[in-house]
Design a protein around this ligand. Structure first.
Ligand code: PLP
Length: 398
């Protein structure tokens, strides 16, 4: 349409940034306060403590005024030293970016190759660690939810693999598109550094990112010789202990974060995860009913925060995405690098309910027709049937 105004809410169905709830927008609509004053101290303590409950950790959580990429860099820069070997798994585009960052920082990543259709293979990690008799590998880095493919990695299996190999490597995990959407347990799962960001499951605008630490990570930080200041936990922690930051924090985003933490606990984290499981299952049922294929090729690795859908041969995912944007005011995720044009991604994370996901799936089904993509009808009906059964209590999320 060429109208100057589009009515109603834009459907932001990319796998992050996600729609920001009104409650969070209002919580951020505040005068910026003195970040060295007593009022800020209360806010600082509240969010630093509150984020521990989201990561499920009793250890410190660091909050950076930065996007997720910054928290990736912080994780590597605080526990490693130039020349260190790290083992990474090629789950997709984001694992590849983290690996390329490691190279730029002077680390030596070893990348276990994969076809971008599954999560990290714990057996392959264990086999590689067993070969590393001298313990040259200092860290294993895994993306919990690979946002480019819609595949999760099973972190408890990766932990078991490291332990079974009797290897002392640190475990670094990226939860940028899984935290507060898919169950994650920093302490219980023995993760040393968890990386995350504000703009996905936490329902905030972009601009904050996180490192959750372990005692082993803190010990490694003491020996790290990687140059750093902005990212340095040692610079940050003494200030955080008093509720402050060593430099200007993202004050208004922190107001939003405090509200987001309250909202997650009001719903209950387990209910939040179950809701994401339900919307993911509804989406996969729609995809199958359309006769299309989910990119993730093993149900064990299905993501509950997004679904990547393969386009039929000879059809361009971006041409279809453009039609859904122009006609239905909905943004879907594009295919990244290797998957460019071949997949589109449906985000179903953050502040989503049964009717928003059905609205999104309706937009996809109509968009497929408008773009002339061969498919069967009935995807939305399949999703609706499933969500109706869930509401009646006859089915729980698969
Ligand atoms: N890791 C994952 C899994 C992501 O999904 C993203 C962004 O989408 C990033 C890292 C990079 O984060 P940012 O774009 O916030 O810097």
């Amino acid at each position: 349409s060429n109208a100057a105004r589009v009515a109603g809410r834009h459907f932001l169905q990319i796998p992050g940034p996600t729609p920001v709830p009104d409650r969070i927008l209002r919580a951020m609509d505040m005068p910026t306060i003195d970040h060295r004053g007593p009022e800020f101290q209360k806010l600082g303590k509240r969010v630093l403590e509150g984020m521990k409950s989201v990561f499920k950790t009793a250890n410190p959580v660091i909050i950076y005024p930065a996007s997720g990429t910054g928290a990736w860099e912080a994780a590597l820069a605080n526990v490693l030293s130039p020349g260190d070997k790290v083992l990474m798994f090629e789950t997709g585009h984001f694992a590849t970016l983290w690996k390329n960052m490691a190279i730029k920082l002077g680390l030596h990543p070893e990348f276990i190759a994969s076809d971008w259709r599954i999560g990290a293979d714990a057996a392959a990690i264990e086999a590689r660690l067993r070969e590393d008799k001298n313990h040259d590998i200092k860290a294993v880095c895994v993306v919990h939810n690979e946002t480019s493919t819609g595949c999760i990695s099973l972190i408890p299996e990766v932990r078991k693999a490291i332990d079974a190999a009797g290897h002392p490597a640190l475990l670094l995990v990226d939860t940028i598109s899984s935290l507060a959407s898919i169950d994650f347990r920093h302490d219980e799962w023995g993760v040393d550094v968890t990386v995350s960001g504000s703009q996905k499951g936490l329902m905030l605008p972009p601009g904050l990112s996180f490192n959750a630490l372990s005692p082993k990570a803190l010990a490694a930080a003491k020996k790290s010789t990687m140059p750093k200041l902005f990212w340095s936990w040692e610079e940050m922690l003494p200030h955080n202990e008093k509720g402050y930051f060593p430099y200007t924090p993202g004050t208004n985003l922190l107001y939003g974060l405090a509200e987001a933490i309250d909202m997650l606990h009001e719903e209950g984290l387990d209910n939040v995860f179950a809701r994401h499981d339900r919307h993911a299952e509804a989406t996969r049922r729609a995809v199958r009913a359309w006769g299309l294929e989910v990119l993730c090729r093993d149900p064990k690795y299905y993501s509950s925060s997004l679904t990547a859908v393969l386009m039929p041969e000879g059809h361009d995912a971006d041409a279809f995405r453009e039609k859904t944007l122009n006609h239905f005011d909905m943004s879907l995720g594009t295919g990244l690098t290797k998957l460019s044009g071949r997949v589109f991604r449906i985000g179903h994370l953050g502040d989503t309910n049964d009717l928003t996901i059905l609205g999104a799936l309706s937009g996809v089904e109509m968009g497929l027709s408008v773009a002339g993509v061969p498919h069967r009808k009935g995807g939305v009906q399949a999703a609706m049937d499933y969500l109706t059964d869930c509401a009646r209590g006859t089915l729980s999320a698969a």
